[in-house]
Design a binder for this molecule. Structure first.
Ligand code: F6R
Length: 608
């Protein structure tokens, strides 16, 4: 996602702007650029790819100037090349932008009809043209900025520099975050507090609908009608890094996009990327010796455990008993000390999961905890802790914790199989190789499916009920898809094993109930397609989440087909999690619900 920095300074800014961009690298980007004003002239350097390329350009052709703006671009409109990289210049106006100008094509046509020529494929260029046009009409920068803001619509954070106004930067926010930093005789703008951290910790966050005029020693904040508004100045905490939404509208979105990165952290604890072997697991649980495994958890963590059951049974030939913790704790299930128990919990504080853990402990079982919060009660009361390394998960609907739980469970299952002699060294290497490739594939998938998920969500939001179907590990994933959708969009959704369709839910099928089928081209594919046929024959609409091989193999008409890359069965649940998360997220955003804090839900459920 794009990153923005601006400085109205007293000493040269180009190097400092690039340093600040480096702190925004975590968002991901594919080109970068910096612009300054020097001796009344705008100048810029831009480069495709990593910041390193931009630095090389700046070394070869340095930029002077004490006022400047900079940007890392994550391409949305237009390919990631130097031409499309920001800052965009039009007639003495320089613009950096994060977000999407939704009415850009009509504005572009209008401006073209007036004789303006466009040099990029970006939506951002219309902003620069509009501003240039208004300045040409005689408006001062402030008036031009306000007039432009009343013409554009969409989600944006903007920082603008006018050649004829070298001592000020203008900024605006409608969606993506933007912060003003207060320095000593210098002022800063940045996408978040992290970018500004070395310059200042005195921050004012703009809110949607704010336009800021930033000079060397002050900032004035206006609404888009030009009325002055006041925003609090706050001291940013060291924890800003972990609680910042970055450039995302919601923590949930940020957490979805963080998955490739956090999964590689998680995996690096459990597998050796070089030798492609699993690392030895905590010695307190000897998977070679245990007679069976009891797994218990709640909600999404339970569904991760259910997928884990398929893996432990398949790869380690280890029988698994699994139940939701609120049932497990009261089921009076006979337990043997030869069994081991695994408790899965993001927070590590969930009351029912903790009670189940204590029940197992009383029965003499060795306890393992798959947790995100390492200092949590569940971790403290366990014999072995398997951290999932997802980093703080703020969005109530679990996303990155789920896929990190899966990555850890997959690694543990392979390790258990190795210990029990059911996974050969060759199998181990092949399986680990797939795990190692997973973060890269996730990043690619997130990139390619986003627009389709967004438009499909608009369709989905018209329905009151949705059915998710899947087989094998796609069955728990179907339940997870339904859980995500109902939690944040409030659309009623159910997840079923595809084979159960004809045992009941088929009665519900009609054109008003879309059926989302998760079906990678695996051992179960043909059987799942038969179930799809049953849906199609009854006028049901199908949203088909499959892979390239599956898309090629099925000729059934669908409402939409989401085609993911072909991947190995062991990583399919993590890869196929991405469309179900994005579908729920965009549907909720479209319906205007409180995505990060859905009604009635809490992140950590510490009561029964
Ligand atoms: C769903 C969700 C919840 C949690 C459940 C368990 O998106 O987040 O279902 O998975 O409340 O919470 P933890 O993992 O903290 O035990």
């Amino acid at each position: 996602m794009c990153g923005i920095v601006g400085i109205v300074g007293t000493k040269p800014v180009a190097g400092r702007l690039v340093d600040a961009l480096r702190r925004l690298e975590y968002r991901g980007y594919d080109s970068a650029g910096v612009a300054t004003i020097h001796d009344g002239v705008l100048d810029r350097r831009r480069a495709e790819g990593k910041l390193f390329n931009l630095e090389k350009r700046l070394d070869a052709e340095p930029l002077a100037g004490v006022t400047g703006i900079a940007h890392t671009r994550w391409a949305t409109h237009g390919v990631p090349n130097e031409t499309n990289a920001h800052p965009h210049f039009v007639e003495g106006v320089a613009v950096v932008h994060n977000g999407i100008i939704e009415n850009f094509s009509e504005l572009r046509e209008e401006l073209k009809a007036e004789g303006r020529e466009f040099s990029t494929q970006t939506d951002t260029e219309v902003v620069a043209h509009l501003l240039a046009k208004y300045v040409r009409q005689g408006l001062d920068p402030r008036a031009a900025m306000l007039k432009m803001l009343n013409r554009v619509s969409g989600a944006y954070a903007l920082v603008v520099m006018f050649q004829n106004d070298p001592d000020r930067l203008m900024a605006a926010r409608s969606g993506p975050p933007l912060a003003i930093g207060f320095g000593a005789g210098e002022m800063f703008l940045g996408s978040d507090a992290i970018a500004l951290a070395p310059f200042t910790n005195e921050i004012t966050y703009l809110v949607d609908g704010d336009c800021a005029i930033v000079t060397r020693d002050n900032a004035t904040i206006l609404d888009f009608q030009g009325r002055e508004v006041s925003r609090p100045r706050q001291i940013s905490q060291a924890t800003a890094y972990v609680v910042d939404k970055g450039n995302h509208r919601h923590f949930m979105e940020k957490e979805i996009y963080e998955q490739p990165e956090v999964i590689s952290h998680a995996l690096s604890q459990y597998v050796d990327f070089v030798s492609q072997k699993v690392r030895p697991v905590a010695s307190e649980i000897d998977f070679a010796k245990v007679s069976s495994l009891a797994i218990s958890a709640c909600g999404t963590a339970y569904l991760a455990g259910l997928i884990g059951k398929y893996w432990f049974e398949r790869y380690a030939r280890l029988p698994v008993e699994i139940d939701v913790a609120s049932e497990f704790r009261y089921r009076e299930m006979p337990l043997l000390p030869t069994q081991a128990a695994l408790f899965i919990s993001q927070s590590g504080e969930t009351a029912d999961t903790l009670a189940s853990l204590r029940y197992c402990k009383e029965n003499g079982l060795k306890i393992g905890a798959v947790v995100n919060v390492r200092e949590s009660t569940i971790a403290r009361e366990s014999d072995a802790v398997f951290p999932i390394m997802a980093g703080p998960e703020i969005g109530v609907a679990s996303t990155k914790a789920f896929t990190c739980q899966l990555a850890v469970l997959a690694s543990l299952a392979i390790g258990a199989g190795k210990a029990r002699g059911t996974v050969s060294p060759e199998d181990e290497q092949a399986l680990v190789r797939h795990l190692v490739e997973m973060p890269r594939i996730m990043a690619r998938v997130l990139n390619i499916i986003q627009p389709q998920m967004e438009s499909l969500s608009r369709e989905l939001s018209k329905f009151n009920d949705v059915l998710y179907l899947g087989r094998g590990t796609s069955f728990p994933l179907a339940m997870e898809g339904a859980l995500k959708l109902k939690e944040i969009s409030y659309i009623h959704a159910e997840g079923y094993a595809a084979g159960e369709l004809k045992h009941g839910p088929i009665a519900l099928i009609d054109e008003n109930m879309p059926v989302i089928v998760i079906a990678p081209y695996d051992r179960f594919f043909d059987k799942t397609v038969s179930n799809m046929q049953e849906v199609a024959a009854r006028g049901g609409r199908i949203i088909f989440i499959t892979d390239e091989a599956g898309a090629a193999a099925s000729t059934l008409p669908t409402m939409a087909t989401i085609t993911l890359p072909n991947v190995d069965e062991i990583i399919a649940p993590m890869i196929f999690s991405l469309p179900i998360q994005l579908l729920a997220y965009h549907t909720a955003v479209f319906m205007g619900t409180d995505v990060d804090q859905p009604r009635n839900l809490a992140k950590s459920v510490t009561v029964e």
